[in-house]
Design a protein. Structure first.
Length: 314
């Protein structure tokens, strides 16, 4: 079994690394510093066994792949009713940084920036002036939660964090829009700070595969055995990843690949086959939606070659 999987992963790596299209994200200056040729692929099975290829130990920033994790953390803590009052679950069909809300003034879903900034605002105290110390404390809790999902302690990339914070006009506009609509109950600057920090956590493809396998496993990390996400929360997170995870490319993604997934502008993709496995991919050149070009191609191959589409009826 092992050598069969290894042979297949070598084959898919060769097939997918030939493509040099797309461009590394440069709207956050620090992100432009990475090697555009980087490519890593990891699979984590439901028994916790990891298979990996290429740059599977290279660290990159998690970026928007943090969004399902913070959403899970908010749902774990506050329950559906309170979270649903503030964030919808409808696909937006729009870009990740779109300035948009639904007719109840809620961000349309937690996978776009507006929804993710609203999500972290729910983790902060509902006061207008949140101290840096309080943000630091909530961030520690967030890192502990993400780390429990990954099965190892994750750390902040302070250069990327600084770069995000100093170039975040668009996200600042989104946070203040939510504040002006009365949906954000905390200090918008604190929510932004927490959001920039979560985006700047470093992960490897092995980490993403384990996080994916934890979601696939109903919230139990298959390597540590710990139930880190409530089962019904894992189900909700996977549902929202299915319909909203790949931004305005979501419909095409569900149809052709059929795996709940989340991408980040750092070049990572996390995909999950419920009940079976987690997939982590890294390749920093992005398409116009902000999704990794080779990452998408790799997922298409895996889905087709191995029959991983979640509605595969064979
Ligand atoms: N930190 C990035 C931003 O808010 C994350 C975006 C992404 O990965 N799509 O712009």
């Amino acid at each position: 079994m092992a050598s069969l999987v290894d042979r297949y992963l070598s084959h898919i790596t060769t097939a997918c690394t030939a493509d040099r299209s797309g461009a590394v994200a440069d709207y956050i200056p620090e992100l432009a510093q990475v090697d555009p040729e980087g490519y890593g692929l990891s699979l984590c099975m439901h028994d916790g066994q990891i298979y990996s290829r290429g740059d599977s130990t290279v660290e990159f920033t998690i970026q928007s792949i943090s969004k399902p994790l913070s959403y899970a953390m908010a749902l774990n803590r506050l329950g559906y009713v309170r979270v649903d009052e503030k964030i919808g679950v409808e696909p937006s069909g729009e870009a990740f940084n779109e300035i948009s809300v639904d007719d109840r003034m809620r961000p349309k879903n937690p996978m776009i920036n507006a929804g993710a900034i609203q999500t972290v605002s729910l983790l902060l105290p509902p006061v207008r002036d949140v101290s840096a110390q309080t943000v630091g404390h909530v961030f520690d809790e967030l890192v502990t939660f993400y780390s429990a999902c990954a099965g190892r302690r994750l750390a902040l990339d302070s250069a990327v964090y600084g770069s995000e914070a100093s170039t975040g006009s668009r996200n600042r506009a989104i946070a203040y829009m939510l504040d002006s609509f009365g949906v954000m109950d905390t200090d918008p600057e604190a929510a932004l700070d927490l959001y920039y920090r979560q985006c700047s956590l470093r992960v490897t493809t092995d980490d993403l595969a384990v996080i994916g396998a934890t979601l696939a496993n109903g919230g139990a990390n298959p390597r540590t055995g710990r139930q880190v996400i409530a089962q019904e929360v894992a189900q909700r997170v996977l549902s929202v990843m299915t319909t909203c995870g790949m931004y305005d490319g979501a419909g095409d993604w569900v149809t052709s690949v059929g795996l709940p997934a989340k991408s980040g502008v750092g070049g990572g993709i996390l995909a999950t086959l419920p009940g079976q496995l987690g997939i982590g991919i890294y390749s920093p050149r992005l398409d116009r939606h902000g999704n990794s070009v080779r990452g998408i191609d790799t997922c298409r191959h895996l889905s087709t070659d191995l029959g991983l589409h979640m509605f595969n009826l064979n």
